[in-house]
Design a protein around this ligand. Structure first.
Ligand code: ZN
Length: 253
């Protein structure tokens, strides 16, 4: 499945026992991944969130004192709306993740993934979705860990038409993907995501970009593998064992 194009997109999320979402800011797990985390939980997957920063420099809610502390509480409340079993919030400086040692960030991913016995990592698409460098850095740390362990990494993406419309209407820097780069197009129920979003009071109230994006997405979410599973992740056997050549790409940089 690596590198093949024009393959039909799957319409169901991949199976996973324990999903770890690796995020940069409190609200990424809800504004971005909320419907997906709720969907995984609905199928019986255990879900966890690792968040690297407290989001204390957000321009939204900038007048609020102790914004970082408030956002930590918002994250905990939102996570419970989404049925997330475990949250680990770190205190790296918001807006400066790219200046942090990748090894240190990767070590956190490793430890949390081990703690929750993750068999799937869920991240923001490379490019950071909104173009925020912190988002890209969080994904980089997840990938850095997963390359060594062969853990599959599923990226939440936005489609190119959605990104283009947002960028035109709202002067944003969304990075979208065309269909040939997407592996999944899944219908989701956004009920729990909406409830989780409202828990992020400091960020959700005056956020036209968020609401317009959700409107444009409708009930569809799109995803791409950054690291596809190296063997079938479900028990059903289809094509027999993979040839050895398919399992030898862990030397790739
Ligand atoms: Zn963010």
């Amino acid at each position: 499945m690596d590198g093949s194009h024009n393959h039909p997109q799957a319409h169901e999320l991949p199976g996973a026992t324990s999903v770890l979402a690796v995020c940069a800011h409190p609200d990424d797990e809800s504004f971005g991944l909320g419907a997906t985390l709720a969907a995984f939980a609905a199928t019986g997957s255990s879900t966890a969130v690792l968040c690297f920063t407290h989001g204390e420099t957000s321009t939204l809610g900038a007048g609020i004192s102790e914004l970082g502390r408030i956002r930590a509480t918002e994250l905990a409340d939102a996570a419970s709306e989404l049925g997330v079993h475990h949250v680990e919030l770190f205190d790296y400086p918001d807006g400066a993740l790219t200046q942090q040692s990748l090894d240190r960030l990767t070590t956190h991913v490793c430890r949390v993934a081990d703690r929750v016995r993750a068999d799937l990592l869920l991240v923001f698409d490379e490019g950071g979705i909104t173009g925020h460098p912190d988002h890209s850095r969080a994904t980089e740390a997840a990938l850095d860990f997963a390359r060594d362990t062969r853990l599959p990494v599923l990226a939440w993406a936005v489609s190119e038409p959605v990104a283009a419309t947002l960028n035109e209407e709202l002067d944003t820097g969304f990075v979208g993907r065309t269909a040939e780069h997407l592996d999944f197009e899944v219908h989701v129920d956004r009920g729990k995501q909406h409830r989780a979003i409202t828990r992020h009071v400091s960020q959700a109230t005056e956020n036209p970009v968020l609401w317009r994006r959700l409107e444009l997405q409708g009930d569809l979410e799109v995803f791409r593998w950054l690291l596809a599973p190296s063997k079938p992740s479900t028990i059903c056997s289809t094509n027999g064992p993979l040839p050895l050549s398919d399992q030898s790409d862990n030397q790739e940089g």
